[in-house]
Design a protein around this ligand. Sequence first.
Ligand code: BGP
Length: 488
Amino acid sequence: MGFPKDFMWGGAIAANQCEGAWDTDGKGMTVSDACTAGTIDTPRYTTYLTKDGTPGKTGMFGSLPEGAHRAVLDGYYYPYHEGIDFYHHYKEDIALFAEMGFKVFRMSISWARIFPKGIEEAPNQAGLNFYRNVFEELKKYGIEPLVTIFHYDMPVYLEETLGGWKNRELIDLFEKYARVLFTEYKGLVKYWLTFNEINSPILLRNFLPNYSNEMIQQGVQTLHNQFVASARAVRAAHQIDPEMMVGAMLAGTCSYPLTCNPEDVLANQKRTQYDFYYSCDTMARGAYPYFAQKFWDEYAIELVTEPQDFIDLQEGKVDMITFSFYSTGCITVDETAEKAKGNFTSGAKNPYLKYSEWGWSIDGQGLRYFLNELYARYQLPLMVVENGLGAVDVLEPDGSVHDPYRIAYTREHVLAMKQAIEDGVNLLAYTYWGCIDLVSASTGEMKKRYGFIYVDRNNDGSGSMKRYRKDSFYWYQKMIASNGEDLD
Ligand code: BGP
């Protein structure tokens, strides 16, 4: 028992949070490039110039005034512009991943490196070459790439000129982009994920203050268009190379009822249906679930669809289900219950769990529970493609970093996966999030570090970009060598 011999251990990153080189080799501007840095207490902003050239800013999820364009302004710091400069350090970084014994490496492709605006006839050769070089470097060490096609990194042109994912034109553009990738990297990349945390547009309703009905309308339409785009990509991948396996990737919004009050139990069931199963059922079963109509009615959603969409959804069912899992939440009808944060999980504080420095709960057993729930429902192979602890690390003068908290977090989740496998779950892979320190998506900080590898880079952009092995690096290496048995 325990982990199967061919279990894929590894790590995960995303293009915008790592690559840097934001305007190099013909890459177009993406929405990430106009995102400033924040902290746990101060928000990140999107900066812009209005029609008449006046500079302005709005919250990361806010909308721009009519006619304004995202712009890089003086006086702001944009952490994604340089990231951790993976663009120029990938060989060194991959050598370190190989040293830890990675079998798989999850990364994303930036659409704007391949199609700078998103609408060009022909792809940008320099962008295609960059990713080819990365995949070939991985192959040199026998590391399997697991590639996310869209990870929160939209070409600005598509967002501003076409109106983003609420415009159905993006479905065709995405299919074209995905086909280029499948054709170009056939034989090099077997595992693909279409959209990172595809359920996220509707999750925002749970915690953004001022969340309007118009926003949920847009969120649900965005999701529909992305489901269809994803299904078309799955079908294309199977046509181009039947060996390819394409997965859905969702934010793993695992939650419990806060109490055994049946009202809490029902509230949690409904939350899970809307937040997770609505998306996962559609992608895995090829049709919207039975409660979708109720969800649309509740928010007075007017969904724009075409008859062919439903055929596409049926023909483009995913081969596997993958998800991010950081923390769990508690749902209750009691409005006075103490609130908690989390990665898209929200709700009340769980008195049985510890919380990270950024206020996210730590819940290894939750992962075992969630894996069992998903396998029971879908009987499709699963992958945990994001899981990790963001914490403040100290680089000692001798270049070491002592991070027992990260080892403890990872140990707890590895053990939970082992138990889930022993329960009978078919789990293929584990890619620890932020296996090398990177820019945090929610806060834009470097200080919130996930890595087994420390990157000398600070919140204000200072630092040498030098890489250092943390204590967790050696722990993960030893754990992989024992295929999940040696957790000391
Ligand atoms: C997920 C995203 C990742 C990653 C992670 C950790 O939602 O898919 O891109 O950043 O969360 O979040 P953060 O960086 O905010 O700590």
